[in-house]
Design a protein around this ligand. Structure first.
Ligand SMILES: Cc1cc2nc3c(=O)[nH]c(=O)nc-3n(C[C@H](O)[C@H](O)[C@H](O)COP(=O)(O)OP(=O)(O)OC[C@H]3O[C@@H](n4cnc5c(N)ncnc54)[C@H](O)[C@@H]3O)c2cc1C
Length: 825
């Protein structure tokens, strides 16, 4: 009996120590106490005690005396580690080291400090930023007719270009001290979101100079002379920038570019100067067709050591600013990427530039890749996520309203369960998008996070794709027929642009999120690699034993939390969000454990097993997304409607996490590790289910109603375009419906029962009033509703000449058709 109790106590104590992450010394003391207890209780004899004690003392000394441990245990492991450590090129290293880690590191490490999330402050918009959204953005939206831009003009109208320049839309990122607007990342993201709800072309035109490009590169790395020369023009819009990295041979693998610059003497402005002769060919470059200054990435070679270092001839990627009119530079023809923003090619043949044109001067020769990756780390979290959010906000507001107006089988389509499956998803995703937008943009204001911005870029553009597809399905023919009444088709066509640029999504998911996350966020891996690179055995020894303790702790935590349904996990709050925080903590521990085991078992091979690393990246991403959603809910009004949306989003995240783990474990190539991981991650099986019909239906019902959450989730949609704007028309109808829908439904019921005489709505309404079934006022309201309803469901039709490109021919016909329609009505 005593033996059984002692064994139980010992196991429980070991479990508790592992769960708490006790240090090695505490473990040593605990085992010492256990041995003494066993002897004291008479459970082991003197000889056994002596043998066990000797082994214990030997091991305790070996593990706790660092010089001994280093010599006997760590040194051989260090040797093997250095051998199996995957080769890392300098460009890979620069990409890995660029930017900061942030909240995702907490989720990756398996024991998040929730207070950091709770205490984190979103960036508030300043009065100036708010006013810019309310005034300049509104004005610019009014200047743009999306249909004309996309179909007729294939460009922004001249007055919009002028307004963009005049109001410094292209200089939001440039600091005030240089004359720019100096907006926060959150404000920039809000501006781009708002513009994108009106015109993708306008949003892309504005966002590109505010993302990676000459402005940002100059501010961070430019010499004083370069700042003085270029920033005023970039601020007042007299200079239009573009940035050329991609070429025909290199897209994702931009570091393999063949574009070359060779250092040598040449003539510039009549003088002999040290310079670079450039040959390059770039494609897909946004704003290139209208650019006045080109930020150019190329590989620099200095065969004669003219830059001062005779031992170095290959400098690697370098960035320079070159005027578009500089001799030899040829701005090529336009591409047409499905939206009308300017995009095209640039070529250069024997273009000679002074070395001073390298951004940051000759001292920055060869530092181009790091510069680009660092700037991209931040910009990636702003622009493309803003396009995703814009699609989410528009789809939420418009699909909800359309689902109410459009009736089939005498029922608003938004009430059909099948449609609700899609509209519920739209609601959940729109909530997720806004939660991610505000959190990620605020993070960029706080530091330069590289992993969360990659997560935001990938997932927010993928959500854009899903939400736009759902919106198209719900609105069906109305969304397919293109024309001035359509508010979805441009986003549908432009989604692949968002998916492809700034790191194509397949690459971002498979290579970057986990690859960068694992190495940057892990408490031990990167320092261990650094210790190996610097051949620092003492540092490696300390890290290695910390790492072992870390892995054991995370395994025990994940297993225990899995076994107890996460009841032992911590939540920073009570109430509805608490179970979600606990589940997140459980999966965070599981991610830390699985990542460690995977890196330990697969080592450098993991780099090539993209399907596996992508799934671990999905877990990390969904943990970040769930954090964004929970935070957004806690920062908001916490109404029942908000909770319904937050529940949808969080249930979805947890399901995706469990699915990703399941796929990962199922496909892991080493059988014993599969077994261990399944036991630790799902000790009682996978109990996570897709969003329930009940939760989905609640969101789908809410999306049809006027309420606060609708306003919060579509606050950036440009709604003031008037009745001739596709969104403005729906807004007008929505407002009318608040006063008139009841009367219309009364009429609709009477008409459907066949109780009203007449063939037209007007006849039947007259009959209803004559027979006292409706008052005059009700009939007027029903009539008004019917007219706006019909406007909302109407689509465009064109003359053959117009479709063929004769835009003027159409005006007369459109006016005539409108008159015919009026006569028929
Ligand atoms: C509209 C538009 C605007 C653009 N604007 C600019 C600009 O202003 N400046 C500029 O320099 N560039 C610009 N680009 C280029 C853009 O960044 C590239 O298109 C992008 O890097 C992908 O290159 P690619 O299209 O050649 O695809 P590829 O590199 O050929 O990739 C094809 C597919 O393979 C995948 N893939 C590649 N490598 C891997 C890997 N290791 N693991 C997994 N998957 C992988 C990619 O994800 C992609 O799905 C623009 C592109 C477009 C379409």
């Amino acid at each position: 009996m005593t033996a059984l109790v002692t064994t139980l106590v010992a196991v429980l104590a070991a479990w508790a120590l592992a769960f708490a992450g006790a240090p090695l010394l505490v473990w040593t003391a605990a085992i010492g106490v256990l041995l003494l207890a066993l002897k004291g209780l008479g459970l082991i004899g003197t000889t056994a005690f002596a043998i066990a004690g000797t082994v214990f003392v030997a091991l305790a000394l070996l593990l706790n005396l660092r010089p001994l441990r280093r010599a006997v245990l760590t040194a051989p492991i260090f040797g093997v580690f250095k051998k199996v450590l995957p080769e890392m090129s300098s460009t890979e290293r620069e990409a890995l080291e660029a930017g900061d880690t942030w909240w995702e590191a907490e989720m990756f490490r398996g024991r998040p400090d929730w207070n950091k999330l709770i205490d984190f402050k979103y960036t508030a918009l300043t009065p100036e930023e708010q006013s810019f959204l309310d005034n300049e953005c509104e004005e610019l939206c009014k200047l743009c007719d999306d249909w004309k831009i996309e179909f007729e003009q294939k460009d922004l109208p001249p007055e919009a270009w002028a307004y963009i320049r005049e109001k410094k839309f292209l200089a939001m990122l440039i600091k005030k001290e240089y004359g720019g607007l100096g907006f926060s990342a959150n404000a920039q993201s809000a501006v781009v979101t708002k513009l994108a709800t009106k015109s993708i072309t306008m949003a892309v035109t504005v966002m590109v100079p505010n993302s990676l490009g000459p402005g940002e590169l100059l501010m961070h790395y430019g010499t004083d002379q370069q700042k003085k020369q270029w920033l005023p023009g970039l601020v007042d819009g007299s200079e239009l920038p573009c940035f050329g990295l991609t070429g025909p041979e290199v897209g994702s693998d931009a570091t393999a570019m063949p574009d070359l610059g060779v250092v040598g003497y040449g003539e510039h402005e009549g003088k002999k100067v040290l310079g670079i002769t450039l040959n390059f060919s770039k494609r897909y470059i946004t704003l290139a067709p209208v650019a006045t200054v080109v930020g150019l990435a190329f590989k620099l070679r200095d065969p004669d050591g003219l830059l001062g270092d005779k031992s170095k001839s290959e400098y690697g990627i370098t960035c320079a600013l070159v005027p578009a009119k500089h001799p030899g530079v040829q701005i090529g023809r336009r591409h047409y990427p499905g939206a009308a923003f300017m995009n095209g090619t640039i070529h250069g043949k024997d273009v000679f530039i002074p070395v001073d044109w390298i951004i940051g001067g000759p001292a920055m020769a060869g530092k181009g890749w790091r510069m680009l990756v660092e700037c991209l780390s931040a910009g990636r979290g702003i622009s493309l996520p803003a396009l995703g959010t814009a699609a989410g906000q528009t789809a939420y507001r418009m699909t909800g309203a359309y689902g109410r107006f459009r009736r089939q089988f005498k029922v608003s389509i938004g009430k059909f369960e099948g449609v609700q499956e899609a509209t519920g998803r739209i609601g959940g995703y729109a909530y997720t998008l806004e939660a991610m937008r505000v959190m990620t943009a605020s993070a960029v204001d706080h530091c330069a996070p590289s992993v969360v911005t990659a997560i935001a870029k990938y997932h927010m553009t993928e959500l854009m794709r899903k939400i736009v597809t759902d919106g198209m399905d719900v609105m069906a023919g109305k969304a397919i027929q293109q024309g001035p009444r359509n508010f979805m088709a441009t986003a549908y066509k432009a989604t692949p642009v968002a998916i492809t640029v700034e790191g194509a999504n397949i690459l971002t998911r498979n290579l970057m999120i986990f690859g960068q996350g694992a190495i940057r966020c892990h408490e031990y891996v990167f320092p261990e690699m650094e210790a190996a690179r610097e051949n620092d055995l003492p540092a490696f020894d300390k890290l290695l034993f910390g790492h072992i303790g870390f892995s054991v702790n995370r395994a025990v935590r994940a297993f225990t939390l899995g076994l107890t349904g996460a009841r032992l996990a911590r939540s920073p709050v009570d109430g509805e969000m608490a179970p979600y925080f606990r589940d997140m903590e459980r999966f965070s521990a599981a991610l830390a454990f699985c990542s460690d085991l995977t890196m330990g078992v697969l080592g450098g091979k993991l780099k090539f097993l993209e399907r596996l690393s992508a799934r671990l990246g999905d877990v990390l991403s969904q943990l970040y997304i769930a954090s964004c959603v929970a935070k957004y809910y806690l920062e908001g009004p916490k109404t029942e409607a908000e909770l319904a949306h937050a529940r949808w989003a969080l249930d979805h995240c947890l399901y995706e996490i469990a699915n990703a783990f399941d796929g990962f474990i199922r496909n892991f190539p080493v059988a014993w590790a599969r077994g261990v991981m399944r036991l630790v991650v799902f000790p009682l099986g996978n109990r996570f289910k897709p969003v329930s019909d009940r939760v989905n239906a609640r969101v789908a019902d809410l999306i049809l109603e006027p309420n606060d959450v609708r306003e919060r989730l579509s606050w950036l949609v440009f709604v003031n375009g008037g009745e001739h704007d596709p969104v403005g028309r729906m807004e007008h109808a929505w407002k009318v419906s608040q006063d008139c829908e009841e009367a219309y439904l009364k009429f609709f019921k009477l008409a459907n029962k066949g109780e009203l005489a007449g063939d037209t709505v007007a006849d039947r309404l007259r009959d209803a009033v004559t027979r006292g079934l409706m008052t005059r006022e009700e009939a007027d309201q029903a009539d008004t509703y019917d007219k706006v309803r019909y406007e909302v469901i109407s689509t465009d039709d064109f003359s053959k000449e117009y479709i063929a490109g004769n835009y003027d021919a159409e005006r007369a016909e459109v006016i005539e058709m409108a008159a015919v329609r009026a006569r028929v009505a």
